[in-house]
Every structure is written in C-alpha cells, then in structure tokens.
Ligand binder design. Structure first.
Ligand code: SF4
Length: 309
C-alpha cells in the first residue's frame, strides 16, 4: 500500500470536506446568521464548553445584549447573571472589555482583521482565526482541539499537541491548503472542526466508516488513530482545604465578594477560613473578626482547586 505524503493528504481536505459539510452539518444557532458579533459571542462561549451547554445561553445573551454597544455598557452584575452557570467567568469579563475596545477604537464595528481581533482581550489564535474566517471569510486557519486531532490522525503524527510549536506547525499546514474562493473559506474551517467534533471525535473510537477522508487517513490505515493525538500530561492541580461558615443575623445570610482576580474573581460566596477547623476553632476565628458565636449556624469543610478561572 502506498501512503500519501502528509501535505498531499491535507491538500485533499477542501475537496472532500466542502460537500460533506453541505450535506449534513449540525444546525446551530450561531451558524444561521454569522454576523461578526454573533460569531464572536459564540466562539467565546464555546471556549472549553460543549455545544449543548452553550445552546440555551446563546440567544438569551444576545437578547439581553443585542449589539456591541449594549454589551460594552452593561452593568457587570447583569453581565455575570446572563453568564451564570456557563463557568469560566473571566470569559464574560474579557468579552465586555473587548466590546468596550471595539466601541472606542472601531466605532462599534468588529474589526475585519486577524491581527486586530487577536489584540482584543480573550481572543487567542484560534478565536481570532474563527471570527476572521467565519464572519469575514478571511483566509486564516482556525485550529482548535478538533482540528488538531483530525490532522494528527490523518497524518499519523505522534507530536505532542500541547506543544505550541506543534500547534503553529498545524496552523501552517492548514493555511497551505485553504481554499481560495471566499465562500469556501468559512465552510472549510467549520467543516474541519465539525469533522473533529462529530466523526473524528474524542473519547472513544473515531467513526472512520462515516469519514470522507477514510480512504487515505494514515491513522486509520495503520490502526493508530484511536491512540492519537498525543497530549502531554497536565500539571497536577493544587487543592486547598477550607472551612466555610453559614452565618445568620436577623434572618439574613452573610456573603462576601471574592477578590477581583484569580479563581471565580468578583463572585459572591459564603465566608471561609483556610484549613480544616473544628467548631471551636471556627468560633474563635470568627470572634477574632468581631462575629458573635451565636451567628454561626453551621460549618462546612470543602476542598477548592486553585486552577484560575
Ligand atoms: Fe479520523 Fe477515522 Fe477520518 Fe481518519 S478516517 S480522520 S481517524 S474519522
């Protein structure tokens, strides 16, 4: 069996993926009306979050903030309320800071330039590429985890996809095979991501029999696809033990606002002390801070990961 060179394999992708995508891509709300603002909001919401989790938030958020100007001017409490449950709240704060920059620098028009998009808060290489190509049909790659997985399996490559150099190389490989027609650019990037999300998916064997690239995929032909991509081990997360206080006075429960940076920045929580305290230690801790022991209704021990939001 003669296997194609990697660049020959990738060069086949536009011809195979464009008709495949036309024939059966998922219907998603942000694909129906791909204005720059709608695409941008969807890409930020989809960072580290599944499509199904984003769906109920997306239209609701756009109803609350229908324009860049409305988002830029929104009170933070309202912004976070509309994001409540989606997690990674810094995404919402960065989205608003970016909206404020778009109002100040570009008169409220999302800039049609990869470099200008990349300079906005919360917009990395992938997100800038996705907005530039999907909303403006600019010929730049949008390489997310799905695309990395597809490329590594197609080319049977064991490079570590956590390595920025490997991501950069994959971006260059995809850039080299981007279709020329403007109308195809948007579809090509979305189709490559769609293949990785639905057919060449993570967590389980790829569905190669449904894949338009199955005839020349090195990973499938060599039986290595399921072991790809290779991803370096994540740093272990540090976990902090805490004692949380349920304090009640005049029928009201005490809350405090978390610091403006770090994990769950600026959100409200029950007051807590570091470490695992016994009830008497907890009462002493509170007394030192002017809280009367009678106000302590209960004391709970939790473990909090220190990963930044
Ligand atoms: Fe992925 Fe299989 Fe398609 Fe190769 S043939 S790209 S492993 S789904």
């Amino acid at each position: 069996m003669v296997l194609l060179e990697d660049r020959e394999i990738l060069a086949q992708l536009p011809g195979l993926l464009l008709p495949w995508y036309d024939g059966g891509a998922r219907v998603l709300p942000w694909r129906e009306e791909p204005t720059p603002y709608r695409v941008w909001v969807s890409e930020i919401m989809l960072q580290q979050t599944r499509v199904e989790a984003v769906r109920p938030y997306y239209e609701r958020f756009l109803e609350a903030f229908p324009t860049v100007e409305a988002l830029a001017a929104a009170p933070e409490e309202k912004l976070l309320k509309m994001w409540e449950g989606l997690g990674y709240y810094n995404r919402a704060r960065n989205l608003q800071r970016a909206a404020q920059q778009v109002v100040e620098l570009y008169d409220g028009e999302v800039p049609a330039s990869y470099e200008a998009l990349r300079a906005l808060p919360g917009v990395g290489d992938y997100t800038a590429g996705a907005i530039a190509s999907i909303a403006f049909q600019l010929p730049v790659p949008a390489v997310d985890g799905n695309v990395l997985r597809v490329v590594m399996r197609l080319t049977d490559c064991r490079d570590d996809i956590a390595d920025p150099k490997v991501k950069k190389a994959v971006r260059a490989q995809i850039q080299a095979v981007m279709p020329e027609a403007e109308a195809d650019i948007r579809v090509f990037n979305q189709a490559t991501m769609e293949l990785g999300a639905t057919v060449c998916a993570p967590n389980g064997p790829p569905r190669c029999l449904e894949c338009p690239a199955m005839a020349f995929c090195k990973g499938r032909l060599r039986g290595t696809a399921e072991d790809l991509p290779v991803k370096g081990a994540k740093k272990p997360r540090r976990v902090e033990e805490k004692t949380v206080f349920l304090l009640v006075r005049d029928g009201k429960i005490a809350l405090r606002k978390r610091p403006g940076t770090g994990l769950l920045a600026g959100l409200w929580e029950l007051p807590a002390a570091p470490g695992v305290l016994t009830e008497s230690q907890g009462r002493a801790f509170l007394q030192e801070r002017g809280v009367s022991p009678g106000e302590l209704l209960s004391l709970i021990h939790i473990s909090e990961p220190t990963r930044l939001d």
